[in-house]
Design a protein around this ligand. Structure first.
Ligand SMILES: Nc1ncnc2c1ncn2[C@@H]1O[C@H](COP(=O)(O)OP(=O)(O)OP(=O)(O)O)[C@@H](O)[C@H]1O
Ligand SMILES: [Mg+2]
Length: 232
């Protein structure tokens, strides 16, 4: 499979007054299309910083990042947003759903921003929610859903734009272990249907769902099990 994510010497330094925090130091990695990779490391090791860079949510202090052959460092703000919206779906620990909106309205949201027509986005959101086993929960608001159901709504929302990459930052952090495993199985099935999955976690057991594990300590990749057997 082709190289999808390629970084060279990716570095992020946060400056706070006289203090410089090396959140990410010299990260050079290649992720191929179709891989399921987990980034694992303790709190503060730079996992979210790395995801923000790979997800085009932030720019590095130095180093380069190519996504699908495109030099992201040279992309401008609105171009960056366009690449992000078209290619990447995000899933977060806290679900980040709109509390006053129903499951259906939450899932539809990226279609609203994308300028999809109302009927088309409704049909698409319904279809995705149904596939994720939420057909009988579409009119529920987040507080009327279990944690696992809320996370599935968040995953449905991430799938609305047909992203080829899903980035999940501690997606099971707020779930009990059985529900967490369901969500990880869902990510695995999305990988089997061809999507590239980047999973971020501090937990080695959770990381073992991935084909490839990269360990981060103090902003550096200290081990990498190597490219997985990405679906060819
Ligand atoms: N906006 C910021 N300004 C200054 N320092 C930051 C900022 N964001 C992160 N940091 C620092 O960078 C380091 C890496 O943070 P990061 O959030 O990437 O860690 P993490 O591995 O995701 O941790 P956790 O598992 O707790 O989520 C930490 O020392 C953190 O304090
Ligand atoms: Mg984090």
């Amino acid at each position: 499979m082709q190289d999808l994510i390629v970084t060279q010497g990716l570095t992020k330094i946060y400056t706070m007054g006289d203090n410089k925090i090396h959140a990410l130091a010299d990260v050079s990695i290649t992720i191929r299309a179709g891989e399921f990779a987990a980034f694992v490391g303790p709190s503060g090791s730079g996992k979210s910083t790395l995801m923000n860079l790979l997800g085009c949510l932030d720019t590095p202090t130095s180093g380069t990042y190519h996504l699908g052959g495109r030099n992201i460092g040279k992309a401008r703000g609105n171009e960056l947003a366009h690449i992000r919206n078209r290619r990447i779906g995000f899933v977060f620990q806290g679900f980040n759903l709109l509390p006053s909106a129903t499951a259906l309205e939450n899932a539809e949201l990226p279609g609203v921003y994308n300028g999809m027509g109302m009927r088309a986005r409704r049909r698409k959101a319904l279809d995705i929610l149904e596939r994720l086993g939420l057909a009988d929960r579409i009119h529920h608001r987040p507080y009327q859903l279990s944690g696992g159901q809320q996370q599935r709504v968040a995953i449905a929302r991430a799938l609305m734009t047909d992203p080829d990459i899903i980035m999940a930052d501690e997606p099971t952090g707020n779930l009990d272990s059985a529900t967490g495993h369901e969500i990880l199985e869902l990510l695995r099935s999305l990988n089997e249907s061809g999507r590239t999955i980047l999973l971020i976690t501090h937990n080695q057991d959770i990381a073992s769902y991935a084909e490839r594990i990269l360990n981060l300590i103090d902003g550096r990749i200290v081990s990498d099990t190597g490219e997985g057997s990405a679906a060819s």
